[in-house]
Ligand binder design. Structure first.
Ligand code: 16G
Ligand code: ZN
Length: 529
């Protein structure tokens, strides 16, 4: 390793003295001006990780749904998953090393992680549409290059597209071609075959209005247009040509404020959806004839997909193990509906995609969604093989047809991570095949009234939780107070957890009425101080 070069390059991306940041749930996130050194160092780390794994690693420059002035970076592991937790610590150390300590930290990581310096390093890079992203991704490239790594810069891509590329590259094309064209072709082929089936059952043309949060989703939908089957007409809003990224729009805005985004005019009963800034989340919604807004969030998306897949698996005549994975934020009504009506086991894990993904891998068919609209479906290798074989060879026509639909679903779903474009096509295909309107989908169950609050505290780390973040173990006495408050209300539950992305504590409450949910959340937030 050429430490003189490292020093020289690192001086081009100096660290503001004293600044410390942490590799959190979604990598590093901060104001864009504070991130240049972090980017350079994540280039270094990606090259080291690539050598350690003997595989291509991804680096995505994005701050997702956060304001345009922010930015962020996260690493993608060989199969398209989030960076392994054991390396998050290295990421934090490297980002926080003062300039003169950098060489020492790099050497230390190489030793601890047994990085073979002579191995090739290969890194895929992508970025969102933030004005700061181009320059920041250049700093990533500097980091990779100074360690002698090779890189491929995909430029502007959605986060899930980069996850997909990394997975394709490391599985020698088994998952698809690591190109945008390969991605569009794979998705559109599967989608077209599914839609064809629904059209033969008399479905009319489908229309959908999409709010792209003024982000990358708009560009990528435009690229995909030529691949799109004519049966589905999408209209893109908030394409980034007029307004700022994520400003009063996007999936996070719609979910948090429970209202339509700016810039999308909605007529009664029209189908609408919103992507977030890097297109890894999606929520649906519509306005009824009385003008009321109805949100269809990640919980309801998981429910729709579960019903559909469960029916197909039954038709195919195979007993594959299927489960849904949620977090504590999933509305209690969705959990109850899934368990009691759909009759599928539900598991609750800690917030953050990596926890959901990990749990979902335990099943033949693992469906995971966060209420905020991030989610996907994972098929085990064994399940996939069974399905593909039945689709080809099964003599019973009904069983074979069910297997074929499932096979197309496997190809349509981005199994590496939640993907707004892929999820949207999955949902549209299911609605078309089942002949369901958004209103009928929405009516599957009614959400329990809920409230989510942010509380500013001196040190959020004093709150430690257990049981998938549903119970507080510290500070002493807090959980007892929450229990007592929850008892005052009917059909209620509440929990607190320190945010993994902001310097705040989040309070969540559900109860029998909106007034009671609001009151309970308020009372719990007072107990947190
Ligand atoms: C990040 C997570 C998201 C989670 C959110 C919670 C990933 C890729 N993203 O955005 O899944 O819902 O953090 O934020 O893991 P919080 O800890 O601030 O509540
Ligand atoms: Zn996102």
């Amino acid at each position: 390793m050429d430490f003189e070069e490292l020093k020289r390059y690192s001086a081009l991306h100096p660290k503001p003295a004293g600044l410390t940041l942490q590799y959190g749930t979604a990598g590093f996130r901060s104001k864009a001006q504070q991130l240049e050194h972090v980017m350079f160092r994540m280039g270094l780390l990606a090259a080291l990780r690539s050598r350690a794994m003997g595989a291509t690693i991804g680096v995505m420059v994005t701050a997702s749904h956060n304001p345009e002035e922010d930015n962020g970076v996260k690493l993608i592991d060989p199969l398209g998953e989030m960076l392994h937790p054991s390396w998050e610590e290295y990421a934090t150390q490297l980002a926080n090393a003062e300039d003169q300590e950098l060489q020492e930290i790099v050497t230390e990581i190489c030793q601890k992680a047994a990085v073979n310096q002579r191995k090739d390093a290969s890194v895929f890079i992508g970025r969102d549409t933030r004005p700061s992203s181009k320059e920041l991704s250049q700093a990533v490239i500097d980091g990779i290059s100074v360690l002698g790594g090779q890189y491929h810069d995909y430029g502007l891509v959605t986060t899930p597209q980069l996850h997909y590329m990394v997975c394709c590259q490391n599985t020698q094309g088994q998952y698809g071609k690591p190109t945008l064209e390969g991605y569009y072709q794979k998705l559109s082929k599967a989608f077209t075959e599914l839609i064809k089936k629904s059209l033969s059952s008399g479905e009319a043309q489908r229309q959908l209005k999409i709010d792209c949060a003024n982000g990358i989703g708009a560009l990528k939908l435009a690229e995909m247009e030529t691949y799109f089957p004519k049966e589905v007409q999408v209209q893109v809003y908030n394409d980034g040509t007029k307004e700022k990224l994520n400003y009063l729009c996007g999936a996070d805005f719609v979910k948090v404020h429970q209202k339509p985004p700016k810039g999308l005019d909605m007529k009664p009963n029209e189908s609408c959806c919103s992507f977030d800034g890097d297109a890894d989340r999606i929520v649906y919604y519509y306005k009824d004839t009385a003008g009321h807004f109805h949100l269809i969030d990640g919980d309801k998306i998981a429910t729709l997909i579960s019903i559909f897949l469960k029916e197909l698996l039954a038709k195919m005549g195979q007993t594959l193990k299927m489960a849904v994975v949620q977090t504590a934020y999933a509305n209690g009504s969705s959990t109850r509906y899934l368990e009691e009506t759909v009759k599928v086991p539900v598991h609750c894990v800690k917030t953050g995609v990596k926890h959901l993904h990990h749990k979902a891998q335990e099943f033949d068919v693992g469906i995971y969604f966060e209420a905020n609209g991030h989610g996907t479906v994972l098929f085990s290798k064994a399940a996939e093989n069974t399905i593909r074989q039945l689709a080809k060879e099964e003599k019973d026509v009904a069983k074979r047809e069910a297997a074929k639909v499932l096979e197309n679903m496997i190809d349509l779903i981005n199994q590496t991570v939640g993907d707004a474009i892929s999820d949207m096509l999955v949902i549209e295909a299911i609605l078309a095949l089942k002949g369901l309107t958004l209103q009928q989908w929405d009516a599957l169950y009614n959400d329990f009234p809920s409230r989510l609050l942010k509380v500013q505290v001196a040190d959020r780390q004093v709150i430690d939780t257990t049981d998938a973040e549903r119970r507080a173990v510290t500070p002493p006495g807090l959980q007892e107070k929450i229990d007592a408050l929850v008892k005052k209300y009917k059909l209620s539950r509440a929990f607190v957890r320190p945010s993994g992305t902001e310097d705040i504590v989040r309070v969540y409450a559900e109860a029998d009425t909106q007034e009671n949910a609001d009151a309970l959340a308020h009372e719990v937030s007072l107990a947190v101080y």
